[in-house]
Each structure stands twice: as C-alpha cells, then as structure tokens.
Design a protein around this ligand. Structure first.
Ligand code: PDD
Length: 281
C-alpha cells in the first residue's frame, strides 16, 4: 500500500505526520471519501468542490490546487492498483506548537491521500438483505455541514449502533426529527410515496451521493420532498434507506428493531441503487 503525505508517496506503514499536527491535537481539519468503482473515481468533481467549501469555511488554505489534487488521486489509485474501494483525502491546518488560535504566520496545510480496497460484493450482499439502523440523540456540534475530521460523536454513535447489532446510527435532533446517519444521509419513502430527505442547513452534511441521487430521481420523474421527518414518520414509512460514498444506496429494513414496510428492501431503494453508478461514473 502506498500513501501520499505532504509531497511524498511512501509505503503506508511509513506514512506519518507530526505529533504537533493540528489534526492530531484539535481535529482541526477536513476530509473526503471518494468511491472508486471499476477504476472510476465516482463523483470526483463534487467531492473536490465540497472539500474546497469545507476548507473555506474553516479558513484553511488548500495545500495544493484542485488540478494537482486530481493528479495525486490518480497516482494513488494507480500505485495501489485500486479498482474498487475508496480514496481518503485529509487536509489539516498544519504543524505548529500547540495553541488553539491559528498559527501566525500561517503554516502549510498537511495533505494525506490514502487508498482502501473493498470487494464490491460485500456491499451488494448487505443491500440484498437490507440493514438495520439504531436511533440515538444527535450530540454533534452545530456545523456538521462542514466535513470535519472531528468525528467523536459519530464514532460513539456508530459504536453504539454496532453493539445493538445495527449497521448504522440514525441521529435524532432535539425536536425528535432525524438529522442523518452517523456516516450517511437518511431517507424515507413516505406514505404518499414521495422520496423524502432532510433539507440542507447546518445540521446535515450535503452528501455527494445525495446530490447525485437527486439527479437520478429527477431523470426518473420520481417525486422528491426535501424536508425534515420524524422518527415516528420513519417507522410508518413504506421504505427507508441511507446514502453515502461507502454505502451507496443501502436499503434500511428495520429502525430500532421495528420492521419498515414488509421488512425487505423496498422497490424504490433497490431501483435507485441499481441506477446509481450509471449516473455517477
Ligand atoms: N461519510 N453524512 C455524514 C455525517 C457523513 O459522514 C457522510 C459520508 C454522508 C454522506 O456523504 P457522501 O454521500 O458524500 O459520502 C452524510 C463518509 C463516507 C465517511 O465518513 O466515511
């Protein structure tokens, strides 16, 4: 395995950053996970756009321009002979003696790009059966539209979900509405047959998979509603599913152990999953 760290391609076991890196000390950085499917970088432009936005929101200057980053992504894909899996991109504010305020003068941001191979069959097997999610309070900060590496609340939620035998955590806001998954966006097909996912604000991440699915839904002439939905509404929904670069469209067949619909992956979720790579590649 080869990893890119600050200008060098090195064996992953030798890929290191300083203990004074602000990502390590403060979680002061952002990331992207980009799927590689049959050799193609899925939705690369949208991931790079979102990375640029996250950096801007945190006032971190990109260490390389998008053109150079595209070259690095291709190089990491090639050097790891990656056909199916993910590329992980992480940018932190850089290395400086520990102090909460930004380094002054600024230091160069740290950039890491790594690859992970995953057999596509694994996701397909999960999608055929559908997955369960477990709900829990959304304990994250109030700017989760920024794809920050500070993921402690997400880590604890997913661990909790795993210990309950669930595949993903669904985070519930203080009004009893579902925000999103701990590492995915949350969707239902409501009782009227509309496809529903929460509207964009600071309380969810603008998922790239979510955006691409909007294109598919429009092209198919299906009905989309961008609005909040409650746990109660989700439990009574015809279908539920999650989206993300690591899950694609994944049917949800149970919430907190309660069956959704007839407890099998729903027809719309299955259809949207099947259409996804056709639209994104
Ligand atoms: N997570 N919401 C959250 C909180 C996420 O962490 C993610 C992605 C998404 C879906 O976004 P996208 O469709 O762009 O992958 C929504 C990545 C995969 C991760 O943390 O591993």
């Amino acid at each position: 395995r080869i990893t890119y760290v600050n200008g060098a391609y090195v064996a992953s076991r030798d890929a290191v950053v300083s203990v004074e890196d602000r990502g390590y000390q403060f979680g002061d950085g952002v990331y992207e996970v980009c799927e590689v499917y049959d050799g193609a970088l899925i939705d690369e432009a949208r991931h790079l756009d979102r990375l640029g936005r996250s950096l801007k929101e945190l006032r971190i200057e990109a260490p390389v321009n998008p053109g150079a980053l595209k070259v690095i992504l291709r190089e990491i894909r090639a050097r790891n002979r990656l056909s199916d899996g993910y590329l992980y991109i992480q940018v932190t504010r850089g290395v400086a003696k520990r102090d909460h305020v930004f380094p002054d003068p600024p230091v160069r941001a740290s950039l890491v790009v790594s690859a992970k191979a995953i057999a596509p069959e694994k996701g397909e097997a999960a999608a055929r059966k559908g997955v369960g999610v477990a709900t829990m309070p959304d304990l994250r900060w109030k700017r989760v539209d920024i794809k920050s590496i500070g993921l402690l609340a997400n880590v604890l939620a997913r661990q909790d979900a795993k210990e309950q035998g669930a595949y993903e955590a669904w985070l519930v806001d203080s009004d009893g509405m579902i925000s999103e998954g701990a590492a995915s966006n949350a969707w239902i097909v409501d009782q009227s047959g509309a496809i529903v996912t929460r509207q964009l604000d600071h309380s969810i991440l603008r998922g790239v998979t979510r955006t691409t699915l909007f294109d598919i839904i429009a092209a198919e002439g299906l009905r989309l509603e961008e609005r909040k939905f409650s746990l109660k509404e989700a439990l009574a929904a015809q279908e539920a599913f999650i989206t993300g670069a690591t899950t694609l469209v994944m049917p949800v067949v149970a919430i907190d152990g309660v069956k959704i619909g007839d407890g099998a992956p729903g027809p719309l979720a299955r259809k949207l999953r099947a259409l996804f790579h056709l639209a994104a590649a």
